[in-house]
Design a protein around this ligand. Structure first.
Ligand code: C5P
Length: 228
């Protein structure tokens, strides 16, 4: 079976308060998305990487990497899950049901080739698939609407979901399609599998695999890239 990369990159990045979507901000004299895609393309096992791009996006065609023969594009959707589903549908005539897909956020530029290969090595014969994630080191609190603490959550059972998230092509497509049909709101791919009653596996990832979300994250990402 083959391995495909899927990169949802159709978000607008409201929380960045920047003049352009966050994947086009500059990081190490490249854009965030070029950094992300270059690192994914280093994983030779990936047949191609399908990038979901918004129809209104005028930045993408300007990037040299958009012409890379291992990069394909698909139309972005309203939510992240719609963008991933659109990318999956775009390779329907090339992908086999049992092929693996690795979904990775465009906004996570510090992903390392070794972390991706670790995920693949750990999961290639797993029945469901799984995700990179981070153990939670802070003590976790549940609150009510007034921000009064109602509960302390057992942090030993809590992991923070990162990407890539790796699932079989057909299983993920069907799970995302059902979620779309039923209007279920999800912020990652594993959620769609969980809603099918599946139990994706957690693979411990690197702490520097952050998602660019707020303005200060760019400086952090820059620092991490220099350290790697
Ligand atoms: O908004 P958030 O940071 O959770 O977005 C995660 C990833 O999903 C980003 O790379 C973003 O570009 C992508 N996305 C998308 N289509 C949307 C919303 C987000 O591809 N409609």
């Amino acid at each position: 079976h083959k391995y495909w990369g899927i990169v949802p990159a159709a978000g607008v990045g409201k929380r960045m308060q920047a003049d352009r979507p966050k994947q086009y901000l500059e990081l190490n004299s490249q854009t965030v998305i070029e950094q992300t895609l270059t690192r994914l393309l280093d994983v030779e096992l990936l047949t191609a990487v399908i990038v979901a791009i918004s129809k209104e996006d005028s930045y993408w065609p300007e990037l040299k990497i958009s012409k890379n023969p291992r990069i394909l594009t698909a139309a972005g959707g309203k939510e992240r899950a719609d963008s991933v589903l659109s990318a999956l549908n775009s390779i329907a005539d090339r992908a086999a049901d049992n092929d693996w897909v690795l979904v990775h956020d465009a906004a996570r530029p510090c992903i390392t080739q070794s972390d991706v290969e670790h995920l693949i090595n750990e999961l290639h014969d797993h029945p469901v698939g799984g995700i990179l994630a981070l153990a939670s080191h802070d003590t976790l609190k549940s609150v009510n609407a007034d921000l009064a603490i109602t509960d302390t959550v057992n942090r030993n059972k809590i992991w923070r979901a990162l990407t890539p998230q790796m699932f079989r092509y057909r299983a993920l497509k069907d799970a995302l399609q059902e979620a779309a049909d039923k209007g279920w709101v999800m912020t990652d791919d594993a959620s769609a599998m969980e809603l099918q009653g599946k139990q994706p596996k957690i693979i411990a990832g690197r702490a520097d695999n952050l998602k660019i979300t707020r303005p200060e994250d760019l400086a952090l990402a820059q620092f991490f890239l220099e350290q790697q």
